[in-house]
Design a protein around this ligand. Structure first.
Ligand code: DON
Length: 564
């Protein structure tokens, strides 16, 4: 009897214990209120968390994460690319930093066209001419200069260690390195970077000695370590060997720009997001306003009316993007008109519940005035409540796939984000015109949408994602998942998404996002539904009512949330 009782008790204890364990694994993030990092790799997340624990603020951690991602997430983490940061201090001041790449001085509007005026395939994607002047290193230096607390060298050092000692690659990274082997070989004759006879497998150590040395120069000399001296020499030499056009003057002249955040309201929430040269912020605010007056909450997550409304809003917003969005230093973007509530309401008036609007019948408004691992987003909140949302990119996976000889870093192929010719789609199927034409020194239009949300004057959410043209719609839907559909941060990130971008006139749907009856109803109304693989890698943080930091790390990648 006594024996039996003990077994029962042990079983009960075991059940209780495993329940608690399960609960704590699931809700682990809810308990954190001192700091949190959510980013694309476990190693980089650990680097960021260590910095926070050492007393670094959110910007310090962001700098360390950016460099650690350049080592551990070579598909997208970078020093040879660019990005955007949205910052909000614990006191509520906001700012944004544009460290987007720029077209080199020798770039010209028709540089990717042949003599017959046709776009030369892959020239803006897989060549030395595909690269814009990198902005990431200057961006990190600027962000640190303005807001950093810890010593610069201490923020770069963890990345140096990861590059020199190596880190164990994940199954996903092994797969993506393997699938690019022939391109690496072709585009980097004589270089052995990223190549492995017999292929990469999970757990292999990736050591990047050249990159470690480059990072040491950045550690010791800051901006000058990258934009002048040895690295600049090597980058320009690499350009010369491959008919590239980035010059030493381009490098010396590169500077990131602080820009005032654009802000808007959705119900009781304040949205703080990225202004042009990203289209992301404006498009996000347009989308939110387009759906604000409809009962999404009552309809529910991914029900037919919800999907139809969102698709029709996306169709109209992406049409505007194609015409009006570009680098504000070169083109007068009609921000106020695009965000005018009356204008957005009018656009939505042409939408009928009975049938899909044809994209061919939608033009950009008039008034005065797919699988994604190629970009990466990270969200950080520190002990005091300062927050950072950074999206950074090489554009394509591993950028142009070209490694700078001797310096060991990948170059971006961001020039493809320009409109090479009016109406001709880029690699994301996006079209553009004059606003986003190529000009020397101009920044190419982006969709990156790092965003911070406030509720009642307090920090509420930090969010962003990669995914090319789908970035905007993924951020939009993640926000709705929390605000309208009461999902917690992890659920909102996990939830399947769908996407429409005006042209082509398709609704791209992640497998499992919509139930059959919803798909049937939408098809009957004329929507062209295309089912596909995972889309985006949203990494986000929600502040709960009790002030805890709740992370959402995207299960579509190796994304990791760590807090304390
Ligand atoms: O800035 C942009 O919009 C693109 N270069 C982003 C590319 C991207 O997200 C690739 N990842 N899927």
């Amino acid at each position: 009897m006594k024996y039996q009782f003990n077994i029962k008790r042990t079983l009960l204890l075991l059940i209780a214990f495993s329940f608690l364990q399960g609960a704590s694994a699931q809700d682990a993030s809810i308990k954190y209120r001192n700091g949190m990092v959510v980013c694309a790799t476990p190693d980089a997340a650990k680097v960021g968390l260590d910095i926070l624990k050492k007393g670094g603020n959110a910007v310090d951690a962001a700098v360390a994460v950016q460099f650690a991602l350049a080592v551990t997430h070579p598909e997208a983490g970078n020093i040879g690319g660019g990005g955007f940061m949205v910052y909000r201090s614990a006191k509520g001041e906001s700012n944004t930093l544009d460290f987007r790449e720029k077209a080199p001085a020798a770039a010209s509007p028709n540089m990717y066209l042949d003599s017959a005026g046709n776009v030369i395939p892959d020239m803006s994607i897989l060549t030395h001419q595909a690269s814009g002047v990198p902005g990431s290193v200057d961006g990190m230096v600027e962000a640190h200069r303005k807001y950093g607390k810890l010593k610069w060298a201490d923020l770069v050092q963890p990345a140096i260690d990861l590059a020199r000692d190596g880190f164990k690659i994940t199954r996903l990274l092994a797969g993506s390195l393997n699938s690019h082997q022939s391109q690496f070989e072709k585009l980097n004759p004589g270089k052995t970077y990223f190549l492995k006879i017999g292929g990469w497998k999970e757990g292999d150590l990736l050591i990047q000695e050249d990159l470690a040395k480059t990072l040491e120069l950045i550690r010791d000399k800051g901006r000058d370590g990258f934009y002048t001296g040895k690295i600049a020499d090597e980058l320009v030499e690499e350009m010369k060997n491959g008919n590239g056009i980035i010059s030493k003057t381009d490098l010396a002249n590169y500077h990131s720009v602080w820009r005032k955040a654009i802000t808007g309201k959705y119900k009781g929430y304040k949205i703080i997001t990225m202004p042009p040269p990203s289209s992301g912020g404006i498009a996000l605010l347009q989308l939110l306003h387009s759906v604000e007056n409809y009962p999404l909450h009552r309809w529910g997550y991914n029900q037919d009316s919800t999907v139809q409304l969102i698709v029709e809003a996306e169709r109209r917003v992406y049409a505007d993007r194609s015409k009006y969005l570009g680098d504000p230093d070169f083109y007068k973007v009609p921000v106020d008109s695009l965000l005018n509530p009356a204008y957005i309401d009018l656009r939505m008036k042409s939408f009928s519940w009975n049938a899909a609007t044809l994209s061919s019948s939608i033009q950009p408004g008039s008034f005065v005035g797919y699988e994604s691992d190629q970009t990466t987003h990270y969200s950080i909140v520190d002990h005091d409540g300062n927050s950072v949302a950074i999206t950074t990119t090489l554009n394509g996976s591993f950028g142009s796939k070209i490694v700078v000889k001797g310096a060991g870093f990948l170059l971006n192929n961001e020039m493809d984000d320009f409109s090479a010719k009016p109406g001709v789609p880029n690699m994301f199927g996006l079209i553009g015109g004059k606003a986003n034409s190529i000009q020397p020194g101009k920044r190419m239009l982006s969709s990156m949408t790092p965003t911070i949300i406030e509720k009642d004057g307090k920090l509420f959410m930090v969010v962003g994602t990669p995914g090319g043209s789908t970035i905007i719609t993924s951020v939009f839907q993640t926000i709705l998942n929390v605000i309208e559909f009461n999902q917690d941060m992890q659920q909102a990130v996990d939830s399947k998404r769908f996407h429409h971008q005006w042209l082509p006139d398709n609704v791209n749907v992640e497998r499992g996002a919509l139930i059959e009856t919803v798909i049937d109803k939408l098809k009957q109304k004329g929507y062209k539904i295309i089912i596909g693989g995972p889309s985006g890698r949203v990494d986000a943080i929600l502040i709960t009512k009790d002030g805890y930091y709740q992370g959402g790390a995207d299960p579509r990648g190796d994304d990791t949330k760590l807090g304390y």
